[in-house]
Design a protein around this ligand. Structure first.
Ligand code: RB5
Length: 149
């Protein structure tokens, strides 16, 4: 099986939380590519969402984690990319269910919304939860068909 590599990116509002996430990924031995940014200097989140989403579209990465101040801008930007199903989450139930029912391939979080402890629990669930398929696969197919309208 091909190596599973995560695409991780943030803007300045998510930079501090991204550092915690990268440390966690290192600890559990998860492979990732960090697409920036690299400081708290102001940048534009759509640029960084695009870098990560394009890596998923190309097959370089299998899922992504995006962090901005709220998680909202990153999720809006990510969902403009074909094939991306990004979920902005602030709780563990949503992080688990968006994998189980929506087959989300990008988790977005707000560095000004959630603490590192909660964020890392969400990352764990996002990585470990399998898509349930079945009736949910039909719904995800409907969702993706919207892209072709
Ligand atoms: C940047 O100040 C902030 O707008 C951004 O990080 C994000 O929260 C946008 O949705």
């Amino acid at each position: 099986m091909a190596e599973k590599i995560l695409a991780v990116a943030c803007d300045h509002g998510g930079y501090e939380l991204k550092k915690e996430i990268l440390a966690y990924l290192d600890k559990i031995g998860a492979k990732y590519v960090d697409f920036g940014c690299d400081s708290t200097a102001s940048v534009n989140y759509p640029d960084y969402a695009a870098k990560a989403c394009e890596a998923i579209q190309s097959g370089e990465c299998y899922r992504g984690i995006l962090v901005c101040g709220t998680g909202i801008g990153m999720s809006m930007a990510a969902n403009k990319h074909k094939g991306i199903r990004a979920a902005c989450c602030s709780d563990t139930f949503s992080a688990r269910m968006t994998r189980a029912h929506n087959d989300a391939n990008v988790l977005c979080m707000g560095g000004r919304v959630v603490g590192a402890g909660l964020a890392l629990d969400m990352v764990k669930l996002f990585l470990e939860t399998e898509f349930e398929g079945g009736r949910h696969a039909d719904r995800v197919a409907m969702l993706m068909a919207i892209e072709n309208k």
